[in-house]
Design a protein around this ligand. Structure first.
Ligand SMILES: [Zn+2]
Ligand SMILES: [Zn+2]
Length: 268
């Protein structure tokens, strides 16, 4: 059983290819399930499209959902297509996001923290001149927000939970009890975390989260899922089998995808 729940396409302004290109790539790679999950619009913004290179306009969201729905029908005999989204999570802006996801027939919603203290986590300039205490503060705030995202109940999956290391691998070396506290909360809430293989497109290499974090996640009974976070169709399903093997070695027995916001557990 092969699935990939995380990918992007031209709508977000920084990915290549149409949704159909990703579906065809998934069929070619013999996936059983592909979930489409472009970046959510900034639903809480007063502007229609404040950042055209980051995500689609607010008014584009219904067309996005409708396109997936049509492609789901078109490819029904080849692959199961799921309706998803990678949502930003801002602790003080839950309501407009909740409202939007309640309006559409979503199969799943991935919640990702992309901003800490108002700055994008992938913006490397944020670390300039910062000492270990400053880095620890950012890391703790990042994990606090992830814990809040789990507690919000808005998400089926939490996206790339150690993405701080993406363009700043040193972030992994800073220890803080917030990481375990957050994993415990995620386990209690039963929210899944994804193994996201896009680390290899960034400075950290490999995938998120690290093996060490996955071992601790297993201890806290956190369910897992898979996403390539592809921004080009060729990356669909990338390293799926390597991740499966690693998860088995760590001690996981199953992983999951989602249909109509209910988990479907699959043996690894
Ligand atoms: Zn993206
Ligand atoms: Zn993301």
């Amino acid at each position: 059983m092969k699935f990939d729940l995380h990918n992007h396409h031209v709508r977000c302004g920084h990915a290549e290819g149409t949704i159909e290109d990703y579906i065809q790539a998934a069929i070619q790679k013999k996936l059983d399930v592909i979930g489409i999950s472009d970046h959510s619009p900034f639903f809480a913004s007063d502007e229609e499209q404040p950042h055209p290179r980051i995500t689609m306009a607010k008014g584009e969201f219904p067309a996005y959902i409708e396109e997936i729905r049509q492609l789901k029908e078109k490819y029904i005999n080849d692959i199961e297509v799921l309706i998803g989204v990678e949502s930003d999570y801002f602790p003080d802006q839950e309501a407009p996001y909740r409202k939007q996801y309640g309006k559409y027939p979503m199969d799943y919603v991935i919640g990702s923290v992309h901003f800490v203290n108002g700055i994008n986590i992938f913006d490397t300039s944020r670390w300039e001149g910062m000492d270990d205490a400053g880095i620890r503060q950012v890391k703790e705030e990042y994990y606090r927000q992830i814990a809040l995202s789990a507690k919000s109940g808005m998400f089926d999956i939490l996206g790339h939970i150690d993405a701080l290391k993406g363009y700043f691998p040193y972030a992994s070396e800073i220890d803080t009890p917030e990481v375990d506290k957050t994993l415990r909360i995620i386990g209690e809430e039963g929210t899944a975390i994804e193994i996201n293989t896009s680390g290899k497109t960034k400075y950290c290499g490999g995938w998120y989260p690290s093996d060490d974090l996955l071992e601790r996640a297993l201890y806290y009974n956190v369910p897992v899922t898979f996403g390539s976070d592809a921004h080009v169709p060729e990356r669909i399903g990338e390293d799926l089998e390597e991740v499966r093997e690693r998860l088995k070695q760590i001690g996981y027995r199953s992983w999951r995808f989602f249909r109509k916001r209910r988990p479907v557990d699959v043996t690894l």
